[in-house]
Each structure stands twice: as structure tokens, then as C-alpha cells.
Design a protein around this ligand. Structure first.
Ligand SMILES: NC(=O)c1ccc[n+]([C@@H]2O[C@H](COP(=O)([O-])OP(=O)(O)OC[C@H]3O[C@@H](n4cnc5c(N)ncnc54)[C@H](O)[C@@H]3O)[C@@H](O)[C@H]2O)c1
Ligand SMILES: [Zn+2]
Length: 294
């Protein structure tokens, strides 16, 4: 046994569920974990989400720290305190908001990360640039995924910048009353497509961002001119920018989205690259434009 007892579980989103939480809790009890036990989650977003959740409920809360090992968990999942599990098809249905004592970054973990997981992570990085940082967007345009995979300084700087962007948003609005909602850019239509097509989250968010750009064009008229630049950047990082889909079905799923209010949906749209806004779009208006945006 290593100096610290280790609890393991199988990889994959399908294990981000209550049964895994029960397994970890039973292990903690077997190990004699108590109120002052410190839990450390080492892994991708599934591990960081479950660690935060178990730490929130075990003995009504113990301290925890996170060691993210995927690009996505480094720039997104480990930051901000949201944790939780899926219930069947309902993603992140159960969870709490609770901050870790620390997040520890070691970029050498990324040496073993499969390329498809790198691509997933870059969808959220491009999202951060779109909603908050035109300069970061321009930096991303200059490089390729391969550059980031092979240059440690480049990837370290990029991850630090993204940690800064997400942390700042979360510090201003921990409980998602306003600004934190901007992080949902690409996720409304993205989630609907992810559910229907069972494609990776980053791919779905990429398609969702393109749809949100098209919607931004419709809503903000001639003022928004950056859609083509965003599509080009997503493709540059090997992300899909469209999908053959059943529009009626996507629209049905969208109507049931948990962010839906009354007879419309709150969308995150762009005024320009780096400048996002929350806009309420009625279901009638959305339906009118739907075929042109997805
Ligand atoms: N809490 C939040 O705010 C938040 C934000 C975004 C995403 N998330 C959650 O994060 C999860 C997705 O995270 P993810 O993309 O990291 O997925 P993941 O945790 O499933 O990791 C993806 C795959 O990469 C493997 N892996 C991780 N690090 C590795 C490494 N260094 N070397 C080799 N393989 C490695 C994992 O075992 C897994 O097979 C989703 O459940 C999502 O809901 C949470
Ligand atoms: Zn996401």
C-alpha cells in the first residue's frame, strides 16, 4: 500500500453516478476516514466532480483538494466548486457547490492524455476566449493543437490564462446569478445535440457554439461579424462545426432544457469575440430561425 490509501474506480462518464459514490463512501468507512480526513481527487473531470461531491456529503463534509489530469479538468471542471453526478441520462442532476482547499497543477500528466481528450479540452478553451478574451482568441489562431502538445511552456501559459478567466468569473458569481451563466456559451444547443447523438462533450459544445454564433448574427444583425472566424478556429483545433441532425428532435430536447424559462430560452450570445451577453429568445422566434442556425 502506498503512503496514502488510494480508492479507485473505473474511468468514464458512465461511472459518474451514485453507485460510485456509494463505493467510495464504503471504502472511506473501511479505511476509518473521519471528520479530519483530507480527500484528494486525482484525475479528469469525472474524478474531480465525484471527489467534490463525496467530500461534501461524507460525515456532512470533509476537506478536499484536486489534482486535475486532463486539459478539460485543468481549465474547467476542477475550478469553481461545482460537483456532482449524473442520474441516468440527466447530466449533473445531483450535486453541490463547494470549493476545494487547493488545486494542484502538474502538466506532465498531459503526456499520456489521448489526443481526443486534448481536443475536448480545447472546446472549453475556445469558449473562454469567445466570451471573455479577444487576445487569447488571437493567440489560439497563431498556434495548432500540435504546438500545444509539444511545447510545455506554451501549454502551461494557456492553461494558466484559462484558469484565470474561469476563476475570475466564479469569484464574481459563485452561485450563477449572472456572469457565471456566460460559461454556458455553446452548451444549450450543445447539450441537446450531445443527448441525441451521443458525441463527446467538446464536439457537442463546438457545434453549439457555432449555432450560438449563427443566432448572434440573427439577433445582433449586422453588428456581429465574427462567426466565420470562430468556425475557422474550431476547425483548426479539429472540432466539428456542424452535424447532420433532426431539427425537430433537437428542438424538442431544447424545449425541455433546465435553463428554459416560461416560453423561451436564455441564450449566451456574442456581441463580438470576447464580449458575450445573456439574451432571452422566445420559443416562437427560436423555432423560426432554428433550421438556419444548427
Ligand atoms: N464541475 C464543473 O464545473 C465541470 C465543468 C466541466 C466539465 N465537468 C465534468 O467533467 C467531466 C469531463 O471531464 P474530462 O473531459 O476530464 O473527462 P474524464 O474525467 O472522463 O476523462 C477523460 C478520459 O481521459 C482519461 N484521463 C484523464 N487524465 C488522463 C491522463 N493524464 N492520461 C491519460 N488518460 C487520462 C480518463 O481516465 C478518461 O478515460 C464531465 O463529467 C463533466 O460533466 C464539470
Ligand atoms: Zn462544457
Amino acid at each position: 500500500m502506498s503512503a496514502f490509501p488510494v480508492i479507485k474506480f473505473a474511468a468514464g462518464e458512465e461511472f459518474k453516478k451514485q453507485a460510485t459514490v456509494d463505493h467510495i463512501i464504503r471504502e472511506l468507512i473501511n479505511l476509518g476516514a473521519h471528520k479530519n480526513t483530507f480527500l484528494i481527487g486525482v484525475g479528469g473531470g469525472v474524478v474531480t466532480d465525484i471527489t467534490g461531491y463525496v467530500a461534501a456529503v461524507y460525515m456532512r463534509g470533509i476537506q478536499f483538494g484536486l489534482v486535475p489530469t486532463s486539459v478539460l479538468s485543468m481549465v474547467d471542471a476542477a475550478i469553481g466548486g461545482k460537483n456532482g453526478i449524473d442520474v441516468g441520462v440527466y447530466k449533473n442532476m445531483v450535486g453541490t457547490i463547494r470549493q476545494p482547499e487547493f488545486i494542484f497543477y502538474d502538466y506532465s500528466f498531459l503526456e499520456t492524455l489521448p489526443v481526443k481528450e486534448w481536443i475536448n479540452g480545447f472546446a472549453e478553451i475556445i469558449k473562454h476566449a469567445c466570451i471573455k478574451d479577444a487576445l487569447l482568441f488571437a493567440v489560439l489562431e497563431k498556434y495548432s493543437l500540435h504546438d500545444y502538445q509539444t511545447d510545455k511552456t506554451l501549454i502551461a501559459d494557456l492553461i494558466e490564462k484559462n484558469v484565470e478567466i474561469k476563476s475570475l468569473i466564479v469569484t464574481h458569481d459563485e452561485f450563477e446569478q449572472g456572469e457565471r451563466k456566460l460559461l454556458n456559451f455553446g452548451h444549450t444547443i450543445g447539450h441537446a445535440i450531445e443527448n441525441l447523438h451521443a458525441i463527446p462533450h467538446g464536439h457537442a459544445v463546438s457545434i453549439g457554439m457555432v449555432a450560438a454564433c449563427n443566432l448572434s448574427e440573427q439577433v445582433n444583425g449586422l453588428h456581429f461579424k465574427d462567426a466565420a472566424r470562430i468556425v475557422k478556429l474550431l476547425a483548426q483545433y479539429h472540432l466539428p462545426v456542424d452535424v447532420e441532425t433532426d431539427h425537430a428532435k433537437v428542438f424538442e430536447v431544447l424545449k425541455m432544457d433546465k435553463k428554459r424559462k416560461d416560453d423561451g430560452v436564455h441564450f449566451i450570445l456574442l456581441k463580438s469575440i470576447g464580449n458575450a451577453e445573456i439574451k432571452f429568445i422566445s420559443l416562437t422566434d427560436l423555432e423560426k430561425h432554428f433550421k438556419e442556425i444548427v
